[in-house]
Write a protein that binds this ligand. Structure first.
Ligand code: ZN
Ligand code: ZN
Length: 394
């Protein structure tokens, strides 16, 4: 019998070991929760993660970045490398949970639960390290900064974090799902996130003499309504997309028609084809409407992160591990939010899952909480997923 066979036979043991580890993981998570750090400022968080890994005898890999951690667990024999990823940053939110371990840093909070992701992946790392002598291949650990800014994954990739990696796995806590349930699906799970700015140029004048002016506010108002048709009239009802104008700036006072109006917005899509067509479509609509009012419009496009798109084989690996652990699996409901885990999936096949945490509030809410007991299935699932991914092509 292969050593891998031994590992596969013991799903219950992974959960039992994770249960024993729970107090340590909870304590670590609470320490991060008390001292949240914002994107690209995760200096102390980085130090704490490194200290934890070093204590467990897990090898830290060089990473030419001020924040973020790269580590690796080598098995006893040659084989592929698979990666587990956690994000580590917090948000500029004033915590209102009243928890005994609530943030003591003014205006900063782990309101997206990245402290939980970090602790769960550390738990998986400890379990894997303990069984490393039975492992084939290597498990790379990515503790990524600046997910909330959508920039951390790219920086990690540029620093070489994915070198040699054949598959990657990650999670986000999901308040709506109970502890012990995961949300899993093949294909798009989270939206691409792009931004745009539309500048409408008119001709200023006296408020009482509109006929001598070209009012950019009226033209821009029509554009706000008009570009919604990029979703309702141009996107298939079987695709999903969002266009939101979130800022509208024009004018300085009550009796002067201004020259210019500026709109800022975001586009969320789930399929590459839909995303690809959006800039041109919005530009055409904005220009056409503006022209109808005698004004001119220009559109600037800011490409953000692609959509999280789960690879079918990677999903199956997670599904098998979750089933072995007797976790409940539900079809993951996609989110129009973005996740820069998508950048890793542009490079290697991967799977991003929802981890049920029986939360009370949505992500980013000042009263956001989660049930820490989800650290147990979280650590066990990611450990077993890594093992099964390493054994896959055997
Ligand atoms: Zn977030
Ligand atoms: Zn998050």
């Amino acid at each position: 019998m292969s050593t891998a066979g031994d590992l596969k036979l013991l799903p219950k043991q992974w959960l039992e070991e994770a249960k024993v580890l729970f107090p340590v993981l909870s304590e670590f998570r609470r320490e991060l929760h008390r001292h949240p750090e914002l994107s690209m400022q995760e200096v102390e968080t980085t130090r704490k993660i490194k200290a934890f890994l070093a204590e467990e005898g897990i090898t830290l890999l060089p990473l030419d970045m001020p924040v973020g951690v790269l580590a690796e667990i080598a098995g006893a024999s040659e084989g592929p490398t698979v990666a587990l990823r956690a994000d580590i940053d917090a948000l500029p939110v004033q915590e209102e949970t009243g928890l005994p371990y609530a943030s003591i840093e003014a205006g900063r909070m782990h309101a997206c639960g990245h402290d939980f992701h970090t602790a769960a992946i550390l738990g998986a790392a400890v379990l894997l390290k303990r069984h490393a002598h039975k492992l084939r291949g290597k498990v790379r650990l990515l503790f990524q900064p600046a997910e909330e800014k959508g920039t951390g994954a790219r920086v990690m990739i540029e620093a070489g974090a994915l070198e040699g990696v054949e598959a990657i796995f990650g999670m986000h806590n999901k308040p709506e799902l109970p502890v012990g349930t995961i949300g899993l699906s093949t294909g798009p799970l989270m939206a691409s996130v792009d931004g745009f700015k539309i500048k409408v140029h008119g001709k200023g004048g006296h408020a009482a003499v509109p006929d001598a002016a070209i009012d950019p506010i009226v033209a821009a108002s029509a554009i706000v309504g008009g570009i919604q048709t990029a979703v309702s009239r141009n996107t298939s009802p079987f695709d999903r997309a969002v266009v939101s104008i979130c800022s509208f700036h024009s004018g300085t006072t009550w009796n002067v028609i201004p020259d210019v109006a500026v709109l800022d917005g975001t586009v969320r899509t789930f399929r590459q084809e839909v995303r690809h067509d959006m800039p041109d479509r919005l530009h055409r609509i904005a220009m056409g409407i503006a022209a109808g009012y005698g004004a001119e419009a220009e559109l600037s496009w800011f490409s953000g992160i692609p959509s999280v798109d789960n690879d079918a084989a990677a999903v199956e690996t997670v599904r098998n591990a979750a089933q072995a652990l007797k976790l409940k699996i539900t079809e993951a409901v996609p989110s129009a939010g973005g996740e820069d885990f998508a950048h890793y999936q542009e490079k290697v096949p991967g799977c991003f899952i929802w981890m049920g945490t029986s939360g009370t509030e949505e992500w980013h809410h000042p009263k956001f909480t989660l049930n820490e007991e989800a650290l147990i299935p979280g650590a066990a699932l990611f450990a077993l997923t890594a093992v099964q991914a390493l054994e896959k092509d055997r």
